[in-house]
Design a protein. Sequence first.
Length: 130
Amino acid sequence: MATAERRRTKPLNLIKRQTRKLSSAQAYSRIYYEKMLKPLVEAEWTRHIASNPGIERKPGEFLRHRNIVIREIYNAETDEVKAEVEKRREDGLFSEDEDFELDDNDGIDAVERQRHTKAVNYHRKVLLHI
């Protein structure tokens, strides 16, 4: 059982981390990626690798290309959409640390739910020695 006690060498950090503001294009991606940007990005990626064979094997190439495409789409957006993105960005409703998209009315609750889930999972792991 001594090995079970040594499994966790670093304590789980449950303290809310300081967040930083996303760029406009990153915030735009957080809001619209799953809803409308993903098919556009994937179609553009398919065209890109068709014209540049072998490029998909390079590490980070898809992410780099995705960011370029999202920036281009964001720059072509209407002023109303850009204003909404800026409003949500300035309000700090999401941050670089989050793995999920937040709705307008549940920003703080979602972060608290995520912290609670981490704590519960940690306690299960410690108590059950899983």
